[in-house]
Design a binder for this molecule. Sequence first.
Ligand code: FAD
Ligand code: MG
Length: 327
Amino acid sequence: MFLKRFFPVLLVLLFVGGVVVWRQPQSVDRVSRTALIMGTVVDIQAYGDDEKQLSRAVDAAFGEMTRLERLLSRHIPESDISRLSEAVGGIELSSETVGLLEMGQKVSRQSSGAFDMTLGAVKKLWNIEGENPRIPTAAELSEALAGTGPSALTIAGNKVTKTRPEVAVDLGGIAKGYAVDRAVNVLAQAGVASATVNAGGDIRLLGGKKGEPWRIGIQHPRQADGLLVTLRLQDRAVVTSGDYERFFEQNGQRYHHIFDPATGKPARQCQSVTVVAAGAAHADALATAAFVLGPVAGLNLLEGLPDVEGLIVGADGRLFKTSGLPE
Ligand code: FAD
Ligand code: MG
């Protein structure tokens, strides 16, 4: 079973700048749009009383996310990340890409390497997002892991150098959150004060909803239409990493896309991790890191960071939450 995703009932298909955008009936105080970007259903809801202004702002936010897909996607050969993955020696990248790599390196260090942006070769072996996912051999995995880890990338100014030419960089665990942050930034700059941006479970909230906190339901990792918890939040990012979205099953075992860098195999200690933080990129990387670390070390990581809260579902279904998350 691959990407399991509920596609909203779509009324009108409109092609806007190469992005398929579905326009749903607009009530006066809200513009709501859905688009397929970064292989993910992205939903933006913007509230206000000027429908034209909201509509322009939402289009610009989708445009920004599409720009970032072109900059950061492993699926686009000309992207910074594809050029870095193919590079033999050092390579000059945009300062935006370098800034994101530095943010990821910081989470790598904080998580003792559990968050690792250099697992592109491992991801390619498993091919979980492709047609024929497979379980790689031990020899293939050890080859794919060589030269990876927190010190695999050396950054000097905008020049990035890999330990080995074979190292492939993959920002699947942080760049979606970054694109969500940038979309919210574009909405705010366009004068929108109340909005949500949701890219496949990486959510960022702008303001509140009509002066109240938003009510965000966190999906239960084992009950497709069940909620684990409902959080009331505003001006926060809430990001979930789980083993129930992109996976395949073989011999009764679930193989998902969040890898333990120590083994190159799917991490086994959690079912899902939800992180609440100021920014979605940071929450995105922390959720992936905590998922790999497991409930105890993962909770320690989140508890030790200022202005970060989290909720972890262990492999056995038990719930663990940071002290600042309400009961
Ligand atoms: P998260 O838990 O946030 O991240 C899991 C992802 O992070 C994995 O898919 C892998 O990419 C990476 N990862 C795995 N283990 C680790 C680890 N230990 N440390 C750090 N990272 C790890 N999907 C498509 O199907 N088609 C596309 O064309 C496509 N283009 C994309 C372009 C961009 C710029 C981005 C950011 C994503 C794109 N994706 C695409 C989606 C991507 O392949 C992942 O499925 C997605 O980013 C996973 O996000 P998540 O929040 O579900 O999982
Ligand atoms: Mg994520």
